[in-house]
Design a protein around this ligand. Structure first.
Ligand SMILES: NC(=O)c1ccc[n+]([C@@H]2O[C@H](COP(=O)([O-])OP(=O)(O)OC[C@H]3O[C@@H](n4cnc5c(N)ncnc54)[C@H](OP(=O)(O)O)[C@@H]3O)[C@@H](O)[C@H]2O)c1
Length: 430
């Protein structure tokens, strides 16, 4: 059996994990005859080269891509423009391509997929979404006779870690500092805490789950930076946990795509996914509901997903087939406005009550008041109503609007949850 040569673009957290797992040569891996021959890095020193005696390190990534002896290119360097240029060249050179780069796939996935199809080579990116959770292969291979109607999940481990610490009593600043100390958050955490990283993953999930090619602008995105301890107390009082959710609901060709800190009922399994862990729930016509949970990042979990792509690619090469390709997602999506219950968080000067606000705005629901903090759990409303409320609350004398958070409706088929009252809670009808 001939050896299949692999070129790594990047030898950082994920790249080192890939090298480590391949070096273990489990029986299944040994049968694939994969060998990393070259790896591109930014900084090359003799000491670094000595750590990887079997791999020729170089700072010239293009030389790896153009190496005629390499059949598979694994991109684990990050960024968008440079890896896009390198992977286009790799595909044109007829090489199989694997990447862990969600930013690249969310931005240029369609162009790369088209190029891979044109050159009859594979493009796989299992590690790009939810690290160690095999969600893309599950979507690609297990729903041929099924139709996914909705999905919801925790796709950003940093945000989940921060919200888990806040639920335990930390402030946002304390929780972020802990995440940074543990290496879960970067020194500039913007992409994670503003929901951008999760939004990129949601775009990829949407493409594979629904064959609809949404854009970043189609996603209703809200970060976690405005959350306070009072929000967690209110959520707890109403029977919810706050989770950084991505969700996609489908009605025919319409999609409602949301990334937001969301109140999840404590009875739902997503509420029990804590710290840096990720999870996803898929709702479909035949299977009804399926949940996967696991580590969304980290060297070995992410590298494991890259190895799964390497295995699929090597098997396809051995069989002489083109490795499976993710869909081209040709259809444009239009926006679905899914009515959803909301939690409105306000500060008050003490003269304005929750009932005053509810009466003025026509809100039906429940109030939680604590000190100068007011929380209103509302009926299900569409986005136009939320925008009207937001405008009215911003002009309401005596209160200040903190934020409005959605409530997760576990029915991913998209029907509106019935509103319930609890006699322990203050109920009202405006
Ligand atoms: N880390 C995770 O848990 C995780 C999870 C899922 C997906 N991913 C994705 O995987 C990719 C890699 O992440 P990572 O955490 O492994 O990143 P990382 O630790 O920063 O490693 C990046 C590697 O790429 C090399 N590199 C960067 N620019 C280069 C250039 N211009 N030329 C040659 N080499 C270059 C770096 O070289 P030096 O070592 O010399 O700096 C380094 O070895 C990213 O797209 C990320 O989003 C990561």
């Amino acid at each position: 059996m001939t050896t299949i040569n692999v070129g790594l673009l990047g030898l950082g957290t994920v790249g080192r994990g890939v090298a480590t797992i391949l070096a273990r040569q489990t029986p299944q891996l040994a049968s694939l005859h994969l060998k990393i021959t070259r790896a591109a890095v930014r900084t090359l020193t003799p000491k670094r080269q000595a750590q990887f005696p079997a791999i020729a390190l170089t700072t010239d990534a293009l030389a790896v891509v153009n190496d005629p002896d390499i059949q598979i290119i694994v991109e684990v360097m990050g960024g968008i423009d440079l890896p896009f240029a390198l992977l286009k060249q790799a595909l044109k050179n007829g090489k199989q391509v694997i990447t862990a780069n969600k930013d690249l796939i969310a931005t240029h996935g369609q162009a790369l997929t088209a190029l891979a199809a044109k050159h009859h080579v594979g493009l796989n990116y299992e590690a790009a979404v939810m690290g160690g959770i095999p969600i893309l292969r599950t979507l690609n291979t297990n729903f041929a006779g099924d139709a996914i109607t909705g999905l919801a999940g925790i796709a950003n481990g940093t945000s989940n870690f921060i919200l888990t610490q806040m639920a335990a009593g930390c402030s946002y600043a304390e929780a972020l500092a802990q995440a940074q100390a543990k290496g879960f958050a970067e020194s500039d955490p913007t992409n994670d805490v503003e929901g951008l990283d999760a939004a990129y993953k949601l775009l990829i999930l949407t493409r594979l789950a629904f064959d609809l090619n949404a854009k970043l602008a189609n996603i209703h995105r809200q970060g976690i930076t405005t959350l306070r301890r009072a929000d967690f107390a209110a959520a707890d009082f109403f029977g919810f946990t706050i989770k950084p959710l991505v969700s996609a609901r489908r009605l025919d060709n319409q999609l409602d795509l949301t990334v937001a800190p969301t109140l999840v009922p404590k009875s739902h399994p997503l509420s029990g996914v804590v710290n840096e862990f990720n999870a996803i729930v898929l709702a479909s016509t035949n299977t009804h509901e399926l949940m996967l949970t696991g580590p969304g990042a980290g060297s070995l979990p992410t590298a494991n997903a890259v190895i799964a792509d390497l295995q699929a690619t090597a098997l396809a090469l051995q069989d002489g087939h083109t490795p499976e390709l993710a869909g081209l997602a040709p259809q444009p999506s239009t926006a679905l406005d899914q009515p959803t219950r909301q939690l409105i968080a306000l500060s008050t000067n003490g003269l304005v009550t929750g009932l005053d606000v509810a009466t003025q705005l026509g809100i039906h629901g429940q109030i939680y008041a604590s000190g100068d903090q007011l929380h209103l759990l509302t009926q299900a409303v569409d986005r136009q109503t939320i925008a009207q409320w937001r405008d009215a609350l911003n002009h309401f004398v005596g209160i200040s609007l903190q934020h409005i958070l959605p409530i997760f409706s576990p029915d991913l088929q998209g029907t509106v949850t019935k509103f319930q009252t609890d006699e322990k809670k203050i109920s009202f009808t405006a």
